[in-house]
Design a protein around this ligand. Structure first.
Ligand SMILES: Cc1ncc(COP(=O)(O)O)c(C=O)c1O
Length: 441
């Protein structure tokens, strides 16, 4: 978003800061596409260029940015909620909406089932899963809630495990599972800053301490501070100890580039409306072949031989157009390249985190090493851990410095501000955050 208007905002902000004035931000207004961007306009990516070199090439990313509608007036660093569709995807979605709305039930009853299979298979292929291992859902919550609720292998003295960095609703669902089966729920607290070894050691310690664990929730990328967990390693150890793993990949797919087999898990829930850039309302549930017996069919669905992943959800009427737009979203994601996207987003996090770590008044949360880091990050003012502290900080960033972020409340170490750039975020946008961080002292 480094364009004339943004530089104007920066100058205004700098002037306001010098004058000690409060910087007031107008509500973002949308800059409509002057003309649609065709795939032919997409900057070419030479095979010789590594994702790391491309990540620091501002002019390349400045040519990717026009593929997205731009909202001016504020630097939005809260892209962890859901992902903006690129223009080609948005256009496909509009076309699909029009088609469904025109053809209505005639289309839905006669042709949607076939189109839905095409979309589902496209997701399976992109994830490296087999077609029958995947079913589309409306979001990751639907996928993970069904896995937790329909888990049927708990005995009398078993226990289930989750951690403070897991998604708040899923922690509650794990707690509900334990309460409803009258068994123990073990809550583990991960360090506020951690590397891969510390994370793994924390899980192993919990496994040692609770030999009766039967099921665990494992989050690939935390929604709190973007910490990346060593899922494959944790899962391998869990499996050896007879602990089943439900993996939450809601925030990870597209933010990180991976194949489902890299994770070594039997069950996982995904979102496409975050980092794959589909319209809102698209998630997926993965269940490895041969793993269905411990997850009962959705109430009322029949699958006596435990072979149908599709029997684990009952989604009913969906936004048909969102589902039809999946192939366009995956194509655009792959055009950027999963590895390029991951490297660029990591680079954008490093740009502010490396500066923030030098500031004595800031506490950066989450990753201590590269493997534990993603494009998402979080921080707080040192010692300011309450909800009121975090809310006041979010307001200051928005109203005084023109940077939009979000408060997260799930960590045991306290509340924080989450910072999440997107592929159309520029290094200049990040320097606006860095300037704000300096001025928070
Ligand atoms: C780690 C994680 N899990 C689950 C979810 C839930 O995603 P959704 O609301 O799309 O189901 C989110 C959303 O932010 C998330 O970050």
């Amino acid at each position: 978003m480094s364009n004339d208007s943004t530089s104007f905002n920066r100058r205004t902000m700098l002037k306001s800061l010098t004058a000690g004035a409060i910087y007031s931000i107008a509500a973002p207004n949308i800059v409509q596409a002057k003309s649609s961007m065709s795939p032919a306009d997409f900057p070419s990516i030479s095979e010789d260029v590594s994702p790391q070199s491309l990540a620091i090439n501002e002019s390349f990313w400045a040519r990717v940015a026009p593929f997205y509608d731009t909202a001016q007036g504020i630097v939005n660093l809260e892209h962890g909620y859901w992902g903006k569709m690129s223009r080609p995807v948005q256009e496909d979605f509009v076309t699909n909406t029009r088609k469904v709305n025109t053809e209505l039930s005639y289309y839905a009853r006669k042709h949607y089932a076939d189109d839905q299979i095409i979309s589902s298979n496209k997701v399976a292929a992109a994830l490296g899963a087999k077609n029958e291992e995947l079913v589309l859902t409306r979001n990751a919550t639907e996928s993970i809630h069904n896995l937790i609720r329909q888990y049927n292998a708990l005995g009398q003295n078993d226990a289930v495990l989750y951690t403070d960095i897991d998604y708040p609703s899923f922690k509650e669902t794990m707690q509900w599972l334990a309460t409803s089966r009258n068994i123990e729920a073990v809550k583990v607290v991960l360090p506020a800053q951690a590397d891969q070894k510390q994370i793994l050691d924390t899980y192993i310690e919990a496994f040692d301490k609770h030999p009766n664990l039967k099921l665990m929730l494992l989050t690939h990328v935390s929604n709190q501070h973007g910490l990346v967990l060593p899922v494959a390693k944790i899962s391998a150890i869990a499996k050896l100890r007879g602990i089943d793993v439900i993996c939450d990949c809601a925030q990870s797919w597209g933010l990180l580039d991976f194949n489902i087999n890299d994770l070594n898990v039997d069950w996982a829930g995904f979102n496409l409306h975050k980092w794959i850039g589909s319209p809102v309302g698209v998630g997926a549930l993965y269940m490895k072949n041969g793993s269905l017996n411990k997850i009962s069919p959705y109430p009322g669905e029949s699958d006596p031989d435990n072979t149908k992943t599709s029997a684990r959800v009952h989604t009913a009427t969906v936004n048909f157009a969102s589902i039809l737009t999946i192939p366009a979203a995956i194509d655009f994601h792959q055009r950027i390249g999963g590895k390029n996207k991951e490297a660029r987003l990591r680079h954008l996090r490093a740009l502010w985190v490396n500066e923030a770590k030098k500031m004595p008044h800031i506490e950066v949360l989450g990753a201590l090493d590269d493997e534990s880091s993603s494009g998402m990050g979080a921080f707080r003012l040192k010692g300011k851990t309450s909800l009121q502290d975090a809310q006041a900080l979010q307001k200051r960033l928005e109203n005084e410095f023109g940077v939009f972020t979000v408060v997260r409340v799930g960590l045991d170490s306290g509340c924080c501000i989450r910072v999440t750039p997107q592929v159309f975020t520029s290094a200049n946008d990040i320097s606006q955050l860095v300037l704000a961080l300096k001025n928070l002292a």
